[in-house]
Design a protein around this ligand. Structure first.
Ligand code: PMP
Length: 394
């Protein structure tokens, strides 16, 4: 172990007893280069962040240009900061009516927290509903909505009045009632091991929320920005949420989250009390500039379409007696081996062959494939060959 590795373990708080501890010195498009010169094809994309690839030239140029103008000048919401306005405007133009006002924060979990507050304010109700096997973040409110007891039990008490319904169960929708402020749903569950619901459930979910006056909150932190083959995953289902929560790829590689709703609903945060939700760094000009440049690249290069093509190629080539199922849409895929030990072996062996795969929080029998959406056919075939070889050796 070299000195940097030792210092990493000693002076940075750790989140697991056995971090991968890859020492990356450079990243470009779909490739990571380690200090020892080894290169890795990235099938993780910083956990669904680097949708336009690492260091997209347009994103880097936009960041440099903004860095020459100003960095942080004032907490969110006071000054007109052009990068914030331009980004919010662009998002509003791409989203359906009713999702025209954005509030920028710094992470996915922070956006969930704020969405819960907004839903309570807007409905005057207190009930919150999440789905079984969901993941929404690590802070108290998001963790309350998350359904992973192993991650929750040492942090209780969490938020009261939180119920969990089964994902994709029409029967459970009855539990949404006139006491429900918000139903928070990942339109495609991510850390549950990539679960795509029946469109009929999504339609019924929307109808039940409308009938009871509960606000439907879509957590598209992981599914947003072309990952599933559409700009946003809700477009697969023809169902529009009342509040949209974004993060990860939103900032083009810089930390950022957002919650988006109607102008009328969002205006509640500015009165009674004023400053109903505030953040110092939310909508940082660098992050907004990077996010807008990434969104432009996503659109111009039609990366959602590439996600569809490359996702299909993965599904076509990931055929092996040890693979039970390849689930998902676009480049949000889970390769289920039905065995947690086998997943460990395959992920480790792939790493040895220069292919970085990763685990799920709540699905130990599968590993994820979620590369930058710029991945090429040649790179997909390289990854599939490495996975097949790892499976043959397992
Ligand atoms: N929601 C979903 C669906 C996520 O996948 C994540 C992160 N994995 C979050 C929320 C939390 O985002 P962050 O880590 O930026 O707080």
């Amino acid at each position: 172990m070299d000195a940097l590795h030792a210092s990493f373990l000693k002076h940075l708080a750790q989140t697991s007893p056995s971090p991968l501890a890859l020492d990356i010195v450079e990243a470009e498009a779909c490739w990571l280069t380690a200090r020892d010169g080894r290169r890795y094809l990235d099938l993780v994309a910083g956990l669904a962040v680097n949708n336009v690839g690492h260091r997209h030239p347009c994103v880097v140029a936009a960041i440099k240009e903004q860095a020459d103008r100003y960095l942080h000048v004032i907490p969110y919401g006071e000054f007109i900061q052009e990068p914030q306005v331009r980004f919010a405007e662009r998002l509003a133009h791409l989203l359906p009516a009713g999702l025209d006002s954005a509030y920028f924060v710094n992470s996915g979990t922070e956006a969930i927290e704020a969405a819960l507050k907004l839903a309570k304010r807007a409905t005057g109700r207190t009930g919150l509903i999440g789905c079984r096997k969901s993941y929404h973040g690590s802070t108290h409110g998001s963790l309350s909505l998350t359904d992973n007891e192993a991650k929750k039990f040492r942090n209780r008490p969490l938020l009261p009045a939180v119920d969990h319904i089964a994902f994709d169960s029409i029967l459970d929708l009855e539990r949404i009632d006139t006491g429900t402020a918000a139903v928070v749903v990942e339109p495609i569950q991510g850390d549950a091991g990539v679960r795509v619901p029946d469109p009929a459930w999504m339609t019924a979910l929307r109808a039940r929320c409308t009938a009871t006056g509960a606000l439907l909150v879509f957590d598209e932190v992981q599914t947003g920005f072309g990952r599933t083959g559409r700009r946003f995953a809700f477009e697969h289902f023809g169902v529009v949420p009342d509040i949209l929560v974004l993060g990860k790829a939103l900032g083009g590689g810089l930390p950022m989250g957002a919650f988006i709703s109607s102008h009328e609903r969002m205006s509640l945060l500015s009165r009674d009390p004023v400053l109903g939700h505030i953040t110092t760094f939310g909508g940082h000009p660098l992050a907004c500039t990077a996010g807008l440049a990434a969104l432009n690249a996503l659109e111009e290069e039609d990366l959602a379409a590439n996600a569809v093509r490359m996702g299909a190629l993965f599904k076509q080539h990931l055929r092996h007696p040890l693979i039970q199922e390849v689930r998902g849409l676009g480049l949000m895929l889970a390769v289920d081996l039905g065995d947690a030990g086998l997943v460990q072996q395959v992920v480790n062996r792939c790493l040895g062959q220069g292919v970085l795969g990763f685990w799920f929080l709540s699905c130990p029998t599968a590993f994820r494939i979620a590369p930058p959406l710029v991945i090429s056919e040649k790179e997909v075939l390289f990854a599939c060959a490495a996975i097949a070889q790892a499976l043959n050796q397992a």
